[in-house]
Design a protein around this ligand. Structure first.
Ligand SMILES: Cc1ncc(COP(=O)(O)O)c(C=O)c1O
Length: 462
């Protein structure tokens, strides 16, 4: 059994073995009960260590794909499709409907791969809280959130030139909770707001859920198109404006200072509330201007999160706004959820105070920067068009020049690559041929093979 293992890839070898074995089971439709070649054989043929092969097989046992029989090696437990049918698929925003197969590469997904996440510091902080902080383990948090965490958030905001005091920071269960509190507290059904297109799909769903109507402003590589925005403000008099400022989802683009100033001025002139969603902020280190830094008064609300860098599972985010808005949001937060998780907040406060979070983020930025450069090169070689080269973050927004939409999807399926959903990033659900490329996945051998194959296709004549 030959497995395609790329030793230069950023994907750990064990994960590559897991994916390759799952791929083999899927393609060859191997029947349940089939015995795998021995670990020694797999290791010898593929120049791998036996311990890596064993670890990969154990992971597949844990997923229910393989089974062990005392001393007799590994067997196929069930077909991969059947196993997948029983599993609770993990949530992946903006990605194609899961095809039901194990081992696909989530090229279009919105977060870091598990293999990039680091456990040591997080485990240490969790143990610290368990050992030393009984309140953190058992009690409700305070309405605004744990003071120790809010002080740390305050320090980070200062670095971004967002000058506030602690009373203007409210912790939330991720940015999603913050956005939900904002929409349900400050808007009512029938209100109209401006959203960016393409933009964050869950925000569109949230606004729909609350009966708030959306008008779309095109996102350019420098931020929202300010001419179009002015026209929309004049014509529709929207109550609010949602902007994802840095390393925008899905285009990877960031607000320039000039655009930030214009957006804020326009919003002020037309009395629209600005909600600045900056969940990718910590991937950013260079100069840059936040809307909130230009004046966080009654007009601007800032939303942040630790999902993208530290853990999406801890569910910690925050909102910064005027004291009046914060107290209204805090009231709804308490009524609807009795506060956020004190445990998660304590763990995060511990990581921020020790400096471990700062170092983690530095490593991630470095790794993403290497991944992004490599991904841009792969895209250039495959003659894909890129929507403004992003300077950082997770995403590149690109489309094939050589293959049409159907061909791109066919090639993706061939190589076990999951793309972003064609309609996810449009507020009106319009399909487009641009793809959100997650740079953390783009250098996997399957992604490279997929991109190369799209360069060989020719658009079909109709
Ligand atoms: C632009 C944007 N805002 C908000 C969120 C939600 O983040 P959280 O996990 O903190 O709720 C995401 C997650 O993908 C996002 O991309």
């Amino acid at each position: 059994m030959e497995l395609r293992i790329d030793r230069q890839a950023l994907v750990p070898v064990v994960q590559q073995i897991v994916d390759a074995l799952a791929d083999w089971l899927r393609r060859d439709e191997v029947s349940p009960g089939t015995r795998l070649p021995s670990v020694r054989q797999i290791a010898r043929i593929n120049l791998l260590s036996q311990s890596s092969v064993i670890e990969a097989c154990e992971r597949l046992v844990a997923q229910g794909v393989l089974a062990t029989r005392n001393g007799a090696g590994f067997f196929v437990a069930a077909t991969v499709l059947a196993v997948q049918g029983q599993r609770d698929l993990s949530w992946s925003e903006g990605v194609e409907q899961q095809s039901g197969l194990v081992g696909e590469l989530k090229l279009g997904c919105g977060g870091l791969p598990e293999s990039w996440r680091e456990t040591d510091d997080l485990s240490y902080a969790i143990r610290q809280v368990c050992r030393t902080d009984m309140a953190g383990l058992f009690n409700y948090s305070t309405p605004l959130g744990l003071p120790a965490l809010r002080q740390q958030i305050l320090k980070r905001l200062k670095q971004l030139c967002i000058e506030v005091d602690e009373s203007r920071i409210l912790t939330t269960a991720g940015a999603s909770h913050g956005l939900d509190l904002i929409v349900r507290t400050l808007f009512k059904p029938g209100d109209c707001v401006v959203v960016e297109s393409p933009g964050y799909s869950m925000l569109f769903d949230l606004l729909r859920l609350h009966g708030v109507s959306m008008i779309e402003v095109p996102r350019t590589p420098r931020g929202p198109d300010t001419d179009a925005l002015e026209a929309l403000l004049l014509k529709y008099k929207p109550r609010g404006l949602f902007i994802n400022s840095f390393y925008h989802n899905p285009t990877g683009s960031s607000l320039t200072t000039g655009v930030a100033q214009q957006v804020l001025q326009l919003a002020k002139n037309h009395g629209a509330l600005v909600i600045e969603d900056d969940v990718y902020a910590d991937f950013h280190s260079g100069p840059g201007t936040r809307l909130a830094a230009l004046g966080i008064d009654d007009n601007v609300i800032y939303v942040g999160s630790y999902s993208k860098t530290l853990s999406s599972s801890l569910r910690v985010g925050f909102v910064v706004a005027s004291t009046d808005v914060i107290s209204r949001l805090a009231q709804v937060k308490m009524i609807s959820s009795m506060g956020a998780s004190r445990f998660s907040e304590s763990v995060l406060a511990c990581l921020l105070a020790s400096g471990a979070y700062r170092k983690l983020v530095l490593r991630q930025r470095q790794r993403l920067s290497i991944g992004r450069e490599a991904a841009l090169q792969v895209l250039e070689d495959a003659e894909w068009e890129v929507f403004g080269k992003p300077a950082g973050g997770l995403f590149i927004w690109a489309r094939s020049r050589k293959s049409d939409y159907a061909q791109v999807r066919t090639q993706a399926r061939r190589f076990g690559v999951l793309l972003s959903c064609a309609t996810a990033f449009s507020p009106t659900g319009q399909a487009h041929d641009w793809q959100r490329i997650n740079v953390a996945y783009a250098c996997d051998p399957r992604a490279r093979a997929f991109f190369q194959a799209t360069a060989r296709d020719r658009p079909q004549a109709f």
